[in-house]
Design a protein around this ligand. Sequence first.
Ligand code: ATP
Ligand code: MG
Length: 286
Amino acid sequence: MKDQAEILRKKLRRRHGLKPKTKAVAVVSGKGGVGKSNFSLNFSISLSKRGYSVLLFDMDVGMGNLDILMGRSSEKTIVDYLTGDSKLADIILEGPEGVKYIGGGTGLNQLVNLERLGTLTNELDAFLEEYDYLIFDMGAGINESSLKFLLSVHEIFVITTPEPTALMDAYAIIKYLHVLDEKLPFQIVANRTQSHQDGTATLKRLTDVVKKFLDFDPVSLGILPDDRSVQQAVSRQIPFTMFNPKSKASLALDELVNRYLEGAKQIPVQQSSSFVSRLKKFLFER
Ligand SMILES: Nc1ncnc2c1ncn2[C@@H]1O[C@H](COP(=O)(O)OP(=O)(O)OP(=O)(O)O)[C@@H](O)[C@H]1O
Ligand SMILES: [Mg+2]
């Protein structure tokens, strides 16, 4: 639960007209199927349980499956917004544990343009600043329209597994984005590890190569074990932290979120500009 001091700080900031800024986080990977959607959903649930307001976006537009992971279906999705058929307010849905979410829509034939997210900036700004966290569950890899988007968030979480192919692709995506904006902060997660040692070795492999070739230190966010209860939760369409809160994966995620929030206290988002103003800059000023 969010501690009293934090709630008080927030009230004080509001009273002085200093609203805490919304933090925008994109969850990415190079290789597909490494656990981004499960991570995004359960990370959002954990933040929400601690009292933070979270808006979770399924940005795997056209192939979204976050709603399947939570056993719901979304009548309206981000596709309805991006194609101009719906207002933002109409596509925000109630997820588990108070998480609000926006579905990604299915059907590959939907040709949509993520850049529309930058067009209604006033509406967007007013809407999004109500939340403490915006979590974007991205599709694997990068394409032209997700790129500007990724360069606009405050933090990028890179998910990898211990497999060399996943690690290589994780490095490739970090390199690609870092070259375009060297200030972009990366946090890495090792998912589906066989042991704690396997996890630390995975994180070390990736940080070592980033340090060596890109000359910066990504933050190691945490390790999530390979856990059959995650697969069972997916089959049952229940978020894994709710399916079994005491499973190894759920306990590890809990620890990861605690560590993340500790770190976030040290690097508040206040100084940097909002996600929407950053996005606007990328779309119109470059
Ligand atoms: N910690 C874990 N332990 C066991 N299995 C896992 C774990 N994390 C993910 N999986 C398995 O991997 C599958 C894919 O996970 P998920 O859909 O979250 O990946 P993704 O990166 O979002 O995939 P995509 O690139 O297609 O969007 C899950 O359905 C589950 O079976
Ligand atoms: Mg996914």
